[in-house]
Design a protein around this ligand. Structure first.
Ligand code: MF3
Ligand code: CO
Ligand code: CO
Length: 267
């Protein structure tokens, strides 16, 4: 979502954690289901069909169908697309990299999760970008504990990016979620340590850093959704939904199969 004001942040109870575990598990199983399906020749519209059928077959809802006029069960962002790529009829080519982002609603609770996939064999620089982006997400998650601040998350992410000479997209951020899809606060991925609101047990939000090989600048295509890098160089993103616990963090969207990084599964 677009960055803006950060107001009051909701605190959830044990029932909320239970709800988020179920929603997070389902969306992670959905992204596991896609791992063998992403390959050269397959269209992104077909992958979106598989997502929609999986979600409905499990008695859940898609949070994105009907969201501000969006009509698909996933966002599929190829190569230089940063996020909000619209599924379509273009078949994947060998070496394409894709972020697939799915948000489900289970019993009123939202699970929002994305991973990077590769069709066939990605280029070395694409592989490195995906590896570092995953490392950045996990470093951001490691900064989540009561007493830390939201800025500590963005500081951890931007330090991994800087060390690897990659840029962090600033035009989109993570967000609070729970019974709402996009709630307070905005979770910025590039920040200074010690800044921002304090993390408290019961806060639920996403962390979803987007890293670019070139410059951080984004542009929106005329379809009103697709965000691309202005310099058309590669971009990657991973997203988890997390909750702050009494002594740290719970990741709601962990892969049951251990396929957190699909681009490495085939290696
Ligand atoms: N899942 C995206 C996020 O991480 C939001 C997609 S909204 C859509 O916040 F309408 F583009 F699907
Ligand atoms: Co999100
Ligand atoms: Co998402």
């Amino acid at each position: 979502i677009m960055p803006g004001r950060t107001g009051d942040i909701r605190i959830h109870d044990a029932e909320g954690f239970e709800g988020m575990r179920k929603a997070g598990r389902l969306v992670s199983e959905c992204l596991d289901m896609l791992v063998p399906e992403v390959k050269p020749g397959v269209t992104t519209a077909h992958l979106d069909d598989l997502v929609r059928e999986f979600v409905y077959d499990h008695g859940a809802q898609s949070a994105t169908i009907g969201y501000r006029g969006y009509r698909h069960a996933s966002c599929i962002s190829l190569n230089h697309v940063i996020c909000h790529g619209i599924p379509g009829d273009r078949p994947l080519k060998d070496g394409d990299i894709a972020n697939i982002d799915v948000t489900v609603i289970v019993d009123g609770w939202h699970g929002d999760h994305s991973r990077m996939y590769a069709a066939g064999q990605p280029k070395r620089k694409a592989e490195r970008l995906m590896d570092v982006t995953y490392e950045a997400l996990m470093a951001g998650i490691a900064a989540v504990k009561p007493g830390n601040r939201f800025g500590d998350i963005g500081a951890a992410i931007s330090s991994i990016a800087a060390k690897n000479r990659l840029s962090v997209v600033e035009d989109f951020c993570g967000h609070g979620l729970g019974q709402l899809f996009h709630d307070e606060p905005n979770v910025v991925h590039s920040a200074r340590a010690g800044t921002g609101p304090e993390l408290k047990p019961g806060m639920f939000f996403t962390i979803e850093p987007m890293l670019n090989i070139g410059r951080k600048d984004a542009a929106i295509l005329p379809d009103g959704w697709t965000a691309v890098t202005r310099d058309r160089q590669l971009s990657a993103q991973f997203e988890h939904s997390v909750g702050v616990t009494e002594d740290g963090v719970e990741v709601f969207t962990t892969s049951p199969k251990g396929w957190h990084t699909p681009h490495t599964v085939a290696r």
